[in-house]
Design a protein around this ligand. Structure first.
Ligand code: GDD
Ligand code: MN
Length: 399
């Protein structure tokens, strides 16, 4: 299908969203290649080029001049931000709010992303009825020749693996989650739900948008045409923070983090107990005190990470409730500890560790057997058999 076959509509069929930060040397060549890539025949509206610019150089002037020039075949909008809130990610979200048409294609201004691929990204999305089309360096036929040097290649490869590992479900079907070149169906995105942190806007979109199907188009990541890269080591640290924030934004991720923090409390608990008993304290009150140390440890970790943004209640109320919750299991553990040590002659630290395991087991069993009882299997369910097929799962569904 070519663009001339598209039904005539008032809206441009898609928006090309290009974040720019001091790219003046790239603008003339970029516009030349965009005009070449986006044939405009006058019958259907031209795609909108939307530049979200945070530059301090002549980039916005060059863009405005081009837009005003007689004979400019493309519709160019420049959104210059005096305050570059959120950097690259913030620029893309600002652009999403202004975008028109069915699709938004995001690409860099330095020609590392070939403009010639633009129509193909949108067409692949339409043809495959996808919500997200990623231009991928890692899909068969793609390459990342333009990544400057072994260091950047290694960093990029490692972050891709880490990201895919952390977001295996959300990134099913996305081989290049670091890509800054992609097309997304506008109806799948709600810009006010996005909280980008730095460069990796695709990751943000894949996790927080309603993407049901992903398609990929391979491409060769080129060399920067002119100017220098704006990514820095600071950007790398921001990326790690972004990964953590995003992971903790889902219930499963929060539960896992809560569990790990709770588990880490075993160390201060046993350590403190050891010190107190060595200092001559009786082991039972010592464990009650050690438990307070572990609670303090857990509370500090939880309030500085997982619940950092949820400290709305008065601090005394938070500490009080947490304290009650965290000491409830002493009702079980202290008698058990007395039995193990005084009754059975076990060593104090080992016995305490055992009570912690027992407390965990009891809580798990109560939850599993008495609170979250599994459904009974339906009597007619087919267990296995010729022709029994697993229900196919869509290649890339993100609920
Ligand atoms: N508006 C705005 N504000 N644009 C920015 C900012 C900013 O703070 N920082 C960078 N940009 C623009 C640049 O002008 C360029 O058009 C694009 O964002 C990418 O910046 P580069 O400096 O070229 O980044 P890179 O080449 O290191 O990384 C790019 O390619 C990677 C691989 O595809 C980015 O697109 C990454 O997101 C991408 O992962
Ligand atoms: Mn670049």
């Amino acid at each position: 299908m070519s663009f001339s076959d598209l039904p005539i509509s008032i809206d441009p069929p898609f928006t090309v969203l290009i974040p720019t930060f001091n790219e003046q040397e790239n603008i003339p060549e970029l516009l030349r290649r965009l005009v070449e890539a986006l044939p405009v025949d006058g019958r259907s509206p031209a795609p909108q080029l939307l530049f979200v610019d945070d530059s301090t150089d002549r980039t916005p002037d060059l863009l405005r001049e081009a837009a005003a020039a007689a004979g400019c075949p493309l519709s160019i909008t420049v959104l210059h931000r005096d305050v570059p809130e959120g950097g690259l990610g913030g620029a893309v979200v600002a652009g999403m709010r202004q975008a028109v048409g069915e699709w938004v294609v995001v690409m860099d201004a330095d020609l590392q992303h070939p403009p010639a691929l633009l129509p193909e990204l949108v067409e692949a999305g339409r043809r495959q009825q996808a919500d997200l089309v990623v231009a991928s360096r890692y899909a068969v036929g793609g390459s990342r020749d333009g990544l400057a040097g072994g260091y950047r290649t290694a960093v990029s490869g490692a972050s891709t693996l880490l990201t895919k590992g952390l977001f295996a479900r959300e990134l099913r079907g996305v081989s290049d989650p670091m890509s800054g070149f992609f097309a997304i169906r506008r109806s799948a995105v709600n810009p006010s739900e996005l909280r980008p942190l730095g460069y990796k806007i695709l990751l943000e979109l894949a996790v927080r948008s309603r993407i049901r199907k992903v398609a990929e188009v391979p491409y060769t990541f080129g060399e920067r045409y002119a100017g220098t890269s704006k990514s820095t080591v600071r950007e790398g640290m921001r990326f790690l923070r972004h990964l953590l924030t995003l992971r903790l934004s889902t219930p499963a991720g929060r539960a896992l983090a809560f569990g790990l923090i709770g588990l880490s409390g075993v160390l201060p608990n046993l350590g403190l107990l050891h010190l107190l008993v060595r200092a001559g304290m009786h082991y039972l009150p010592a464990e009650v005190v050690a438990n307070q140390g572990a609670l303090l440890w857990n509370l500090t970790l939880l309030e500085s990470t997982l619940f950092r943004d949820r400290r709305h209640r008065h601090w005394a109320s938070r500490i009080g409730r947490f304290w009650l919750l965290g000491n409830a299991d002493l009702l079980l553990r202290i008698p058990l500890l007395a039995l193990l040590v005084s009754g059975l002659g076990m060593q104090v630290i080992a016995a305490t560790a055992l009570t912690l395991i027992a407390s965990f087991a009891v809580r798990f069993l109560v939850a599993e057997r008495m609170i979250y009882v599994p459904r009974r299997a339906a009597p007619s369910s087919v267990v296995a058999g010729i022709g029994a097929q697993p229900v196919p799962v869509p290649a890339a569904s993100v609920e």
